[in-house]
Structures are given as C-alpha cells and as structure tokens.
Design a protein around this ligand. Structure first.
Ligand code: ACM
Length: 268
C-alpha cells in the first residue's frame, strides 16, 4: 500500500490558496492514502472569531471538502485532512476521512491545545476506526487523532484497541516532543502512525508568534521511523507499507501487547 503525507505551511485564512497548493503538490503523485496537516484549510493562530469564521466551512458541502473529494475519487484513495469546521453556530478543530463512494467521516479534536480553547467547541466525536479498500488494498483499518491528542496515550491506545492499523495524525506541532513520542505510540500499540505536520510561523494580530516544527513522520509497528521529514520544506512523502504488519501484536513468543494487558490493575 502506498501511504504518506503532504507537509506544508497553510496560508492563513486563505482556503482557496491552500486548495491550490494541495492540488499542485498531489497532482502527479500515486498513493492509496495521504495525510495532510491539522487546520490545512485555514492556518492555525487565530486572533478573532471573524478570522475563524472566514476560514471555516461546513462538512461536507464546503469547497475544501469538495476539492479533497475530487482527489479521493480521481486517485481512488483515502484522504485525511485537518479542517477548520463550521457547524451551526460552533467551530471545531476537525479532521476528515474521505474515501471514494462513502460519506465523509469527521473526527473533532478531543484534546484542544492552548488558545484553541478560545475558538473551538469541545468534541462530540469519539475516536473511531474505518475500513478502506481499493484495487490495491483490502479492508485496511484507519483511525484519526489530531496533534495534541498525542500527549494522552489513551488516544492512540483507544484507536488501536478499536482495530486501527494506521493512525493518521494531522498536526500543527509547536512543542519539540511529539515526533519522538510517536515512536512509542506506534510501538506500544503495534500500529503504523503517519504524523503530517506543518511548517513555518503564524503571527497573530497581537504580534505573538508560533513556530511549527515540521519533521512529519511515518513510523512502523515496531517503532522504526520509516521516514522523518525536514523542519522547513514542503514535501510529499509516500512509502510502500504493509498494513498487515499492524495485525501482529506479539512482542515476542511470550508477550502480546494487547492480550497481556492487565486492566484490573489500571486506574479507571
Ligand atoms: C496542537 O495541538 N496543535 C499543538
């Protein structure tokens, strides 16, 4: 299976420009699954609800969703992207999973980070796992989490226990820990992880800056970094992976990452 990410710097509050960037970058590429960064339609560092409103859209009728739908249909692939979502009078930091011939699946970020709490509503979508098939791929289980969800190990664990083979992780990372931590998330759950981070700096209206760390990453179920990107460059990276590797939860001939769990000893 050909799976990967597009790392780039979303133009702030310019959804049309971001659609164009994505179309140009992916036009000549062949893949079954692609992951784009968090808030890929809007950029990140908002200063007002006017900005959030101007960059947000409804799912599935918005232009960003429609553009991703075209990519998914034309390439017969799964597209996962972070999106600034408008729903009624609320906004969500969401991620969509778009597959040919299927309704769009939306995940709304459960663990909001920093000033996101000013703009985005609390999630009402549990972590969930979805099957993807095309000509090359049969029934691969895909789960989504967004950026800061990484610091709560329960996020990846829940997706893995629900059967995810590939955890797709749109991100706008600013702290320096996640790329290393995702090695453990992949290893402890024996899953593939694809973290699609953004690059560049967003400056808000008060002049505060957030600098994003790039280094998007694909990790295999044994915790091997198959690819880690650069800090600053736009890049499309697509690798051949075998998702069946994520079905084997054995650590050795005595230990299994799932069946050896001792839930009765864990804090609830
Ligand atoms: C983050 O959750 N965007 C750090």
């Amino acid at each position: 299976m050909k799976a990967g990410y597009f790392q780039f710097k979303p133009a702030f509050c310019k959804p049309e420009k971001n659609i164009e960037k994505i179309n140009t970058a992916l036009k000549d590429k062949d893949f079954d699954l692609i992951v784009l960064p968090e808030l890929a339609n809007s950029g990140y560092f908002f200063s007002s609800f006017d900005e959030v409103e101007s960059a947000s859209e409804e799912i599935p009728s918005g232009k960003f969703c429609k553009a991703l739908r075209v990519i998914s249909d034309e390439k017969n692939c799964a597209v996962i992207a972070g999106i600034c979502e408008k729903a009624g009078d609320k906004y969500y930091n969401s991620s969509v999973l778009i597959m040919p011939g299927k309704d769009i699946i939306t995940y709304r970020k459960i663990h909001l980070f920093y000033e996101e709490k000013k703009w985005f509503a609390e999630s009402d979508t549990p972590f969930s796992v979805h099957s993807f098939s095309n000509k090359r791929v049969n029934d691969v289980k895909i789960g989504m989490m967004i950026c800061f969800d990484w610091i709560f190990p329960e996020s990846a664990r829940t997706l893995a226990l629900k059967g995810a083979q590939i955890i797709c992780h749109p991100s706008n990372l600013v702290l320096p820990y996640c790329q290393d931590a995702m090695v453990t998330r992949a290893l402890e759950n024996r899953v593939f992880t694809i973290t699609a981070n953004r690059t560049g700096i967003d400056t808000n209206r008060e002049g505060k800056e957030l600098s994003f760390t790039g280094m998007s990453e694909i990790v295999n179920p044994k915790g091997k970094i198959l690819h880690r990107g650069t800090i600053e460059d736009d890049e499309v990276v697509i690798l051949d992976i075998n998702p069946e590797e994520a079905l084997d939860k054995n650590v050795n001939s005595f230990n299994n990452a799932f069946t050896d769990r001792k839930e009765e000893f864990y804090f609830k």
